[in-house]
Design a protein around this ligand. Sequence first.
Ligand code: NDP
Length: 255
Amino acid sequence: MSEEALYRWVLWIFLAVAAVTFPALFFITAPYGRHAGESRLPTIDATLGWVVMESPSCLVPLWLWITGAHRGDPARIALLLLWELHYVHRAYIFPFRRRGGERRMPVSVALSAFAFTSVNSYLNGRWLFGFAPDGAYGPSWLADPRFLLGAAFFLVGFAINQQADRILFDLRKPGEVGYKIPRGGLYRFVSCPNYLGEIIEWTGFAIASWSLPGLAFALWTVANLLPRAVSHHRWYRERFAEYPAERKALIPYLL
Ligand code: NDP
């Protein structure tokens, strides 16, 4: 089987697994962070876990760019830059900004996330620098409304995600481990603006790249983060009697 045929199979399987994962995550919450519980699963240092599991997202597309086709096309490079803006931060800055003492995470969570980020970054990187049709991202793509709208969405989502995560980090002094009610920014409206920002980002990337792998990643992000936002929201309400009643889980005024 050619690599391109295999690529198509992997992409459809990736989409099918997202469709199964989405409803499942309303019943099973990934056991890390506040939902880690008292599991007896083997664990690793959470900072190391984040670096390991997010590194493929940063490194694989770079490798595919260096070794792939069309590596000088400005529009493809612009899409790669958006991607790397997010993932250099997520893999190598975000893990070291987290506070909460020496937290650990199950090895199984880190491994499954590593598998996910490896496949996802292969699908998107190989599309951009390999299997996208030759004329798909010519210089005029940079002025195409889909690229402009998608890139704007991406940058707005990135800013929302950054602001929300910064508010969370500031809730703890160094070494402190507990949870508090986050306030300010979009926390006025929802419990998980960091997840909302992430979903806007990857929806923007799907629009800007106008591609099936981009869409698959956006759907996966919703499948992962919508159920987790609902779990976080329920968790806050159960723990804090004074939790703002008007706050929704993920989408202001709606959900
Ligand atoms: P969380 O919101 O659960 O936690 C983010 C950080 O803030 C953690 O260090 C957490 O500590 C801390 N924190 C959270 N709430 C509080 C609080 N009330 N009081 C004090 N500290 C708090 O996010 P995740 O860890 O699930 O995700 C981190 C990032 O990764 C997000 O930006 C998310 O969008 C992204 N992500 C993307 C996915 C995708 O599919 N694209 C999937 C998963 C995450 P602790 O660890 O101790 O709970």
